[in-house]
Design a protein around this ligand. Structure first.
Ligand SMILES: CC(C)(COP(=O)(O)OP(=O)(O)OC[C@H]1O[C@@H](n2cnc3c(N)ncnc32)[C@H](O)[C@@H]1OP(=O)(O)O)[C@@H](O)C(=O)NCCC(=O)NCCS
Length: 327
């Protein structure tokens, strides 16, 4: 019997404050109709002042640990995929480690934008293959609303806040992670970026007046790259698992845009019920989008033991990733 990495608990958390498309209509030149038809988003959750990335990550983690029946002190490693940490130093993972009381765990963040959770899960998978007794918390958590230019209608209607977490450990039963594929293309980084705030462009008045502390996106170009990369990594991950499209029970793709999800459904010849969608409620929460969707699918009973699940992501960098697992 092969020992595989298995998700034994999931959790998610979003801020209480909801911002609807109607609310946005009174803030910028947009409409509920435009946002709904172009993106599929109806509302999103936005952190209140003082509510930080680590706060969301801790809540999602507590829910995942509670489902797994694992105490924080038992954790060996905490990995957080994020691009909106509380501070440049320390990592969100270290703040989560402290707040959970997971003193035995190593902790670090992974910078892979919207692929942050799948990159983190893939790293967890490798550690567990090395030592199946390890208990690892893989998290995706974002407060993108603080990196969003609320005067830029092409981005502020899309990005939002939230966190999702998964507890991963070794298992000898049928379930577990079957394949992981990680990819990147740094040559087109300017299509989706936050230029400022790093060491290349330290924060000053000039950076602020240029808006370089905010997300910049060439939406149409990103769309074209995203559909190509997501379709390709979906096939790659399924092939490595020995599956065809027909073996798939549920696709959990990064919730970036309903038109991207519809495109994938058509290209992979999947019926509607096999494609998980919650972008209408949460918008694009970057690294948090897949673990939030996974937790919702899990808690709503949509995941049945033995189901074949494909998760795929795409984001700034560019980065993209695919993970298959049997539930
Ligand atoms: C951003 C996105 C929704 C824009 O949709 P689009 O169909 O490409 O629209 P365009 O950018 O071509 O803009 C079309 C028009 O709508 C306008 N527009 C843009 N945002 C708008 C908004 N929020 N409300 C109303 N109109 C808007 C544009 O100004 C443009 O007007 P014009 O024709 O007068 O110049 C789409 O490109 C997209 O989803 N891209 C992928 C983004 C993504 O997934 N990013 C994250 C990856 S992790």
């Amino acid at each position: 019997m092969t020992t595989r990495s298995k998700i034994v608990g999931t959790g998610s958390f979003v801020p209480e404050q909801v911002l609807t498309n109607r609310d946005l209509e009174s803030m910028i030149d947009t409409s509920d109709e435009w946002i709904t038809t172009r993106t599929g988003i109806k509302q999103r959750h936005i952190a209140r002042p003082g509510e930080n990335n680590s706060d969301l990550a801790v809540e999602a983690s507590r829910a995942a640990l509670s489902m797994a029946g694992i105490e924080p002190a038992e954790l060996d490693l905490i990995i957080v995929g994020t691009l909106t940490g509380d501070m440049p130093m320390p990592s969100v993972a270290c703040l989560v480690q402290d707040r959970l009381g997971a003193g035995h765990a190593g902790a670090f963040d992974v910078s892979a934008t919207c692929s942050g959770f799948l990159y983190s899960l893939s790293i967890a998978d490798k550690f567990i293959k090395d030592n199946p007794s390890m208990k690892i918390l893989a998290i995706g958590s974002e407060v993108l609303s603080r990196r969003t230019n609320w005067n830029d209608r092409t981005t502020c209607v899309i990005f939002a806040d939230g966190a999702g977490a998964a507890v991963v450990t070794g298992s000898d039963d049928e379930g577990g992670i079957l394949s992981t594929c990680l990819h990147a293309d740094g040559s087109v980084w300017e299509l989706l970026t936050i230029r400022g705030l790093g060491t290349a462009h330290p924060i000053d008045q000039d950076i602020i007046s240029k808006g370089w502390h905010y997300i910049e996106m060439k939406g149409r170009d990103v769309f074209k790259h995203a559909v190509k990369a997501l379709e390709s990594v979906a096939h790659e991950a399924m092939e490595r698992a020995g599956w065809t499209n027909e073996d798939l029970d549920l696709l959990i793709a990064h919730q970036a845009n309903i038109r991207i999800l519809d495109f994938l459904r058509e290209r992979l010849h999947l019926p509607k019920e096999k494609v998980f969608i919650n972008i209408d409620k949460y918008g694009n929460t970057s690294a948090a989008s897949i673990p939030i969707a996974l937790d919702e699918a899990n808690r709503s009973g949509r995941l049945k033991k033995g189901d074949n699940i494909l998760m795929i992501s795409f984001g700034g960098g560019f980065t993209w990733a695919g993970v298959t697992m049997r539930w």
